[in-house]
Design a protein around this ligand. Sequence first.
Ligand SMILES: [Ca+2]
Ligand SMILES: [Ca+2]
Ligand SMILES: [Ca+2]
Ligand SMILES: [Ca+2]
Length: 321
Amino acid sequence: MKYAVFVLLAVTAVLSTAVARLDDTPMTPPPIPGFDYSGDMNMSYVLTVEDVQLTFMAALGLWFPYPAGDCNGDGSINAADAGSIFQALMDIVSCYAPIPTPAIPLTPTPTPATGPERVWLSGNTHIGCPGDTVMISVSMENPQTDIDCFGLEFHYDSQTMFYTGFEPGDLDPGWIMIDCIELDPGRVRACGFCIGTPIPSGSSGELLDLTFQSICTDCYWLELYPYAFDWLVDDIQSFYPESGTMDVQCVRPVHNGDTNLDHQLSCGDAQLVFLHVLGLVELNFQQFTTGDCNLDYALTAEDAQLIFQSVMGQAACADPI
Ligand SMILES: [Ca+2]
Ligand SMILES: [Ca+2]
Ligand SMILES: [Ca+2]
Ligand SMILES: [Ca+2]
């Protein structure tokens, strides 16, 4: 009995110490002033995907409910705020309040040097014929870092193609939110986050599969167009962004003789081929393939002659017009 009383007293003492500690320690560290309703949940003076992730976690009770995360300004933090911050990242909406201006201007993050952790463009990097679908993948290698939150931008020449859509790649860890949007012509921004199950360090594979449509009507065969990655943020901010070039390869050539692309066959087409053979006129890849009337993958005086004869009804190009 004496022993039981002692245990009870000891338990009471431990409990009251714990309660006293709880009273001394605030549940939420005080927020930095000025960030309320701005969406900048980690109070870093910039909006990145981590702000969405932390707000989502706050809505689930897994993170401090700082008023910074109350993007829609309705006095509470829930998944809708996370959605609004995500849309703010995509330039679709703005949060209730702007992010405060830092007292000391932020220093721009230098582009990371080459390293084992990197992001690059994989797969087919040919732009193709006008109207063709161009499918490319954003690949990633993360030997050292778990990834549960990322943002990046893909920059390309908007004269060659336009963005049509995306799918998560084979590295998909079960994204809670993921999206890609063309912010400006030639600038696609991608954002995604998950909670609890990151892409584990030591992975290598495709982060995103992007789809474009070629509009490269004035492109020349094998002409090179540069692309670059930019705005690598959150878990991939120290990753090396590999830039490169895409080339033009039209895999659906039509050898119908219509070298000037006016949808009819005339002496002008034969003349254009002849001028090219003489080195007086440069032709783009589409003109080159249509001019190759005899389908020998070369543009010669023979093509000019054959086109001329086709106009006169005495011959025919490999493809009908
Ligand atoms: Ca932030
Ligand atoms: Ca809210
Ligand atoms: Ca023509
Ligand atoms: Ca030819």
